[in-house]
Design a protein around this ligand. Structure first.
Ligand code: PGA
Length: 233
């Protein structure tokens, strides 16, 4: 299974070193990656036994984009994955589906992309339409070969950092829907992760969902022991 940690805007270089001093001792066959802020990529790559990814990437690959990080730089730093369209990027930095699309177009030919989609609380009644639009817009114009590099993270916005989660049946149905519409449109079998308040206590239930490929974990990935417990649960 896939267990990806999203550290958001957390940790100093010292804390990154301390995390991997502990977590590097963890022996596991699961697929793991940590999405860290651009300022920590170099330290994390040097210190971690596990792959490191970028939390966000500019929609252009170079030029007059003050404050941004490019896919060229992220790959240069040995990032092995990029997180695109996280709900915090969408809500706090006004990223539209069209901007998300530009980023996937730029990154997917070169590296693994974790594309985040999810409905807000207000959109719950129209969840499937919202997800379909987010997915189809984000993946517009991407060649089949590059689509194989895309992993979907289904993260209901109302579940992120709130301690709330959908019922396991709802997660199963939503993942079924995502896989089915993508298979029929692109003839590609996408992997789908669930994210939103996953922790070492509730993850065992979620692992039983037959169509789930793994998890994108925020808060519970920040502490080495708690992330290890979650993966082993
Ligand atoms: P959370 O965050 O696990 O803290 O809810 C998940 C995410 O934002 O990817």
């Amino acid at each position: 299974m896939i267990f990806y940690g999203n550290w958001k805007l957390n940790k100093t270089t010292k804390e990154v070193m301390e995390f991997f001093d502990s977590f590097n001792n963890f022996v596991t066959a699961e697929k793991i990656c940590f999405f860290v802020s651009p300022a920590l990529i170099q330290t994390a790559v040097e210190k971690s036994k596990f792959p490191i990814g970028a939390q966000n990437i500019c929609y252009a690959d170079f030029g007059a984009y003050t404050g941004e990080t490019s896919i060229v730089q992220a790959l240069d730093l040995k990032c092995q994955s990029v997180l695109i369209g996280h709900s915090e990027r969408r809500s706090k930095f006004f990223e539209t589906d069209e901007v998300v699309n530009k980023k996937v177009v730029l990154c997917a030919p070169h590296t693994e992309c974790v594309l985040c989609v999810g409905e807000t609380k207000e959109q719950l009644n129209e969840k499937y339409q919202v997800l379909e639009k987010q997915l189809f817009t984000a993946l517009l114009g991407i060649e089949k070969q590059s689509l194989q590099n895309v992993i979907i993270a289904y993260e209901p916005v109302w579940a992120i950092g709130t301690g709330l989660t959908p019922h396991v049946d709802e997660i199963r149905d939503t993942i079924d829907f995502i896989k089915a519409i993508l298979k029929s449109k692109y003839d590609v079998k996408f992997k789908v992760l669930y994210g939103g308040s996953v922790n070492s206590k509730n993850v065992a239930e979620f692992k039983k969902i037959d169509n789930i490929d793994g998890f994108l974990v925020g808060g519970a990935s920040l502490d080495a022991q708690s992330f290890e417990d979650l993966i082993k649960a």
